[in-house]
Design a binder for this molecule. Sequence first.
Ligand code: GLU
Length: 468
Amino acid sequence: MEQIITRFPPSPTGYLHVGGARTAIFNWLYARHMQGKFVLRIEDTDTERSTQASVDAIFEALQWLGIDWDEGPYFQTQRFDIYREYIQKLIDSNQAYYCTCSPEQIDIMRQKAMAAGDKPRYDGSCREKGLDKSDKAVVRFKAPLTGTTVVEDVIKGHMVFQNDELDDFIICRSDGIPTYNFVVVVDDITMNINTVIRGDDHVMNTPKQILLYKALGSPLPTFGHVPMVLGNDRARLSKRHGAMSVTAYRDMGFLPGALINYLVRLGWSHGDQEFFTRDELIDVFNLENIGRSAGIFDLDKLLALNAEHIMAASPGDLVDPLKPFLKKAGIEIEEDDYILQVIETLQPRSKTLEDMAEAALFYYLSDISYEEKAARKFLKPAALEPVKILTEKLAALEDYSHSNLEEVFKAVMDETGLKLGKIAQPVRVALTGRTASPGIFEIIAILGPNRVIPRLKKAIQFIENRES
Ligand code: GLU
């Protein structure tokens, strides 16, 4: 079978948004699944709106997602010679022509067409004039006047377009800049792209592009138009629905694997499985199961999936992604046993890396400050005796193993006649400043005597001062 070659051709007019990322992911996954090739092409012919900053932002987002490309990046602005050559081919084969109609003339044609109940269109005035190239001339494609153009779309199915609805569209402007539909086709032909998966906002371009393929004598690629991503109000996803850029999700503490998983599931299914690792997706992704209805972006679902990915990760894989979040809180970490244990305790209770960093602070701060409510409720005189007894016993304990700690707590319970909760909650506040944290034995074991004993002593002092 022919090798599958897909592509992602973003226009660098802003950051990579989640809808665009989803299209990139579909093409990348399909190429990886089929052991094909994935090509990156920067569509920067709109020089007024394209910026280097956007190109950089797109690379950064793709790299963070782990979407690697086998060819490119190609830049359309570096390919004008190729486009010129293909325009000449169409002119030479009498499938394109120069047109010198002025904007005013075209306006009149359009108005006439509309008055006759037709779509506004160019009337073909210059089609048979055989005009030569000139400063003011655009190049128009000689579109067929009759018949139909059929799009066999792997997602949308069989679509038929009437050729007489199309006019002789411009393929090169008078300033020599070729137009979008033309360059896409030339690029896809010359880059041997045989599978085009893109947003269904491009459906209306496809019949024009198919006519160009035919005129250039090239085989058609497989087309698949993916429904758009919508917001919860079913309007096309936009800024007012929340963060749009891929890197904003990185900065909120999402894992790339979770965002990929979420975006893929938003429009593709494999039974009712929700959680996929990257490798699993590569293994099972196909085009047949891309859905026909639009996906609705739901941040809560993404958060839930992110929590699952955090839970499934090995602690070592979370160290680097977590670093910037801890750094924001002034904590610089190295990869050591301590952070690995810290992460392990926080994995079951973090929806994002930001949550995780926040919850990790007590492990690192040298001075714990108590949440006011927590201190009021738990660091009170009744807690003094059990905390004091526990402190003595822990000071004498060498090995902070789970079973030793359990025994120590049990001894304190026996001596004081208190239930575990009455002892554990003040201790938790003493060690973390809060009423919620990972398991009390876990945190004592990880913090170790050098952190635990001073924190307990500080809490004892706090209670005593409060008593007086
Ligand atoms: N540059 C186009 C866009 O960003 C891509 C169109 C295509 O995939 O053919 O929408």
